[in-house]
Design a protein around this ligand. Structure first.
Ligand SMILES: *[C@@H]1O[C@H](CO)[C@@H](O)[C@H](O)[C@H]1NC(C)=O
Ligand SMILES: *[C@@H]1O[C@H](CO)[C@@H](O)[C@H](O)[C@H]1NC(C)=O
Ligand SMILES: *[C@@H]1O[C@H](CO)[C@@H](O)[C@H](O)[C@H]1NC(C)=O
Ligand SMILES: *[C@@H]1O[C@H](CO)[C@@H](O)[C@H](O)[C@H]1NC(C)=O
Ligand SMILES: *[C@@H]1O[C@H](CO)[C@@H](O)[C@H](O)[C@H]1NC(C)=O
Ligand SMILES: *[C@@H]1O[C@H](CO)[C@@H](O)[C@H](O)[C@H]1NC(C)=O
Length: 498
């Protein structure tokens, strides 16, 4: 067979082009490999935990690295806000634009910011805590919450009026969800999409929605599988926990973070060093909770973190008393910003959860009771808000049962897009089991010790001594009874004489 000269030439060109492309790709991969490795090396050397500091002892500043949709809000409202008062909270910690921790003498920093914030904190005097959740549940919850918050704006006749309203709400000391990363990207995007779909329905006239699967209801909202494959979701949601703990989110303060993240997103096998850094960081945290192990996590928190805050309160009670005045630190985080009454309720929430711990007699047990009461209340009000918001996109509705409607391929897609988070979650579970055992053992040993103490008291008066003690006591009792008896007799006889 003979090739004509032109096709021969084309073949040569193609081969050439191919090899150039291949070597470019190799070059880029090599570059990425270097970038990721350098970052991992500096992170782990910076990470070296000072050996003389016990990670389990609470330092001056508690940094709650709040991964979105892990249930951190309940920890914030029902634990941390009960333990720390407003003045101790780092000012506007949820709002990174206004926050510089070096300037503040604060003790609690709860934020969606990522670990890169540590570069601004006094490392040796900071304890870090976080909560980790099964990535599939976290991603589904992120989708649902984006929809829920965005749907609140559907009270407005059009997008212009909705956006104008949310601009007006950002005043005073109120931060809306829309100011907080990642919602400041996820919500406006979803909101725009919901309005566009509503406008399209209006144009069409009657729209009949046949499928009642809320994760795939094109007429009403962006279907889940499409949401998952958008640039925004890739930027912000997938592997979100790993990136946040590694300090590599799209919100990072680290200048090289963005290149590292893009490299890891492009070349999957570069994810390993990032995962390792995230795991080491979990290792060195004061507390790692699990959303799924809700009760055990709360109890671990109360025993590990709560107990230490409470004992510090007792020792520093004098300074605490002078600090109870309101300061600009008191910031309400309103969950929406779509209407005024919700914001006002948010404010009163702050006013009502004043410094219960400061009375000085709170114990781990009462802390747990306060927490239980608080979450019941919080869940109820969150549930009401959700129902009220989602009815605007009815028949789409998210309830506990609806997640079974997510097709298995989509679940697999989420797992694959969140491969690092899947691994990190497994690791967090191992840490949790260990810490939980440790604390249970400690509690058992302290209660054993008190029983042992009691036995010692009796143990000292063994045998003979004990019997002597008992017989002396009995003798005294007998004498006393005799005395009473004689006394009584005498009274009777004297009565007879009269
Ligand atoms: C949006 O709604 C507001 C308030 O009802 C109205 O004044 C405005 O004209 C509307 N804008 C558009 C573009 O429809
Ligand atoms: C973060 O992600 C959002 C959504 O994709 C994007 O709009 C924003 O520009 C990103 N920020 C940075 C610093 O990359
Ligand atoms: C708190 O401080 C006051 C003095 O300011 C002291 O009298 C009191 O005993 C302290 N209470 C506790 C529980 O330490
Ligand atoms: C907000 O407060 C008002 C009255 O102050 C109440 O009617 C309303 O139900 C509250 N909303 C929420 C979401 O708690
Ligand atoms: C603290 O003690 C006071 C009185 O001693 C009591 O009224 C109050 O309920 C106690 N608070 C807690 C949280 O136990
Ligand atoms: C959505 O589901 C919740 C819980 O089952 C229910 O209370 C609510 O009425 C539903 N909303 C609509 C609009 O059907």
């Amino acid at each position: 067979m003979r090739m004509n000269p032109i096709s021969k030439l084309a073949l040569v060109w193609l081969t050439l082009l191919g090899s150039v492309l291949v070597s470019f790709a190799e070059l880029e991969f090599g570059h990425c490999e270097r970038v990721v490795k350098e970052w991992a090396d500096t992170s782990s050397s910076r990470e070296e935990h000072p050996p003389n500091i016990d990670k389990r002892s609470l330092q001056d500043l508690l940094f709650f690295l709040h991964v979105p949709r892990t249930g951190g809000r309940t920890y914030f409202h029902c634990f941390l806000r009960k333990l720390y008062d407003n003045a101790e909270e780092c000012p506007r910690s949820y709002d990174k634009l206004h926050f510089d921790p070096r300037k503040q003498k604060c003790k609690l920093l709860a934020t969606h910011d990522d670990y890169s914030l540590m570069s601004k904190l006094p490392r040796e005097r900071t304890s870090v805590m976080t909560i980790v959740r099964d990535p599939v549940a976290r991603v589904l919850s992120t989708y649902e919450f984006s929809v829920e918050v965005a749907a609140r704006f559907l009270v407005h006749p059009n997008l212009t009026s909705a956006t104008r309203m949310s601009g007006r709400i950002r005043k005073n000391n109120v931060i809306s969800t829309l100011d907080i990363w990642p919602w400041k990207y996820l919500v406006p995007w979803m909101r725009e999409d919901l309005f566009a779909r509503r406008d399209a329905r209006k144009l069409k006239g009657v729209v009949i929605i046949e499928d009642d699967n809320p994760y795939d209801m094109e007429e009403m909202l962006m279907p889940l599988h499409k949401y998952l494959d958008t640039p925004t979701a890739h930027d912000i949601i997938h592997n979100g926990a790993t990136f946040q703990i590694a300090g590599l989110t799209n919100n990072s303060r680290l200048s090289e973070a963005h290149e590292v993240r893009h490299c890891v997103q492009k070349y999957r096998n570069l994810g390993e060093p990032v995962l390792q850094v995230a795991k080491r960081r979990l290792d060195s945290m004061l507390y790692v909770g699990l959303t799924e192990e809700h009760r055990e996590s709360a109890s671990l928190f109360a025993n590990v973190v709560g107990s230490q805050v409470l004992s510090q309160l007792v020792t520093s009670n004098a300074t605490a008393k002078t600090e109870t005045t309101k300061s600009e630190a008191s910031v309400t985080v309103s969950e929406s910003g779509s209407d005024k009454s919700e914001t006002q309720n948010g404010t009163s929430e702050v006013a009502s959860n004043k410094i219960e711990a400061k009375s000085g007699n709170m114990t781990v047990k009462t802390l747990m009771e306060v927490y239980e009461g608080c979450i019941t209340h919080l869940r109820k009000s969150q549930g009401t808000r959700r129902v009220n918001s989602l009815k605007r996109i009815s028949p789409a509705n998210f309830t506990r049962g609806t997640r079974t409607r997510v097709p298995n391929e989509v679940i697999q897609q989420i797992k694959s897009l969140n491969n690092l988070d899947v691994e990190l979650y497994k690791y967090a579970k191992e840490i949790f089991v260990k810490e939980h055992e440790l604390v249970s053992k400690k509690m058992v040993s302290t209660s054993k010790r008190s029983i042992a103490d009691l036995q010692n008291v009796f143990g000292e008066m063994e045998g003979e001594k004990l019997w002597k003690f008992v017989s002396v006591a009995l003798m005294l009792l007998l004498l006393f009874l005799l005395f009473l008896f004689v006394n009584a007799r005498r009274r009777i006889t004297s009565k007879v004489k009269i």
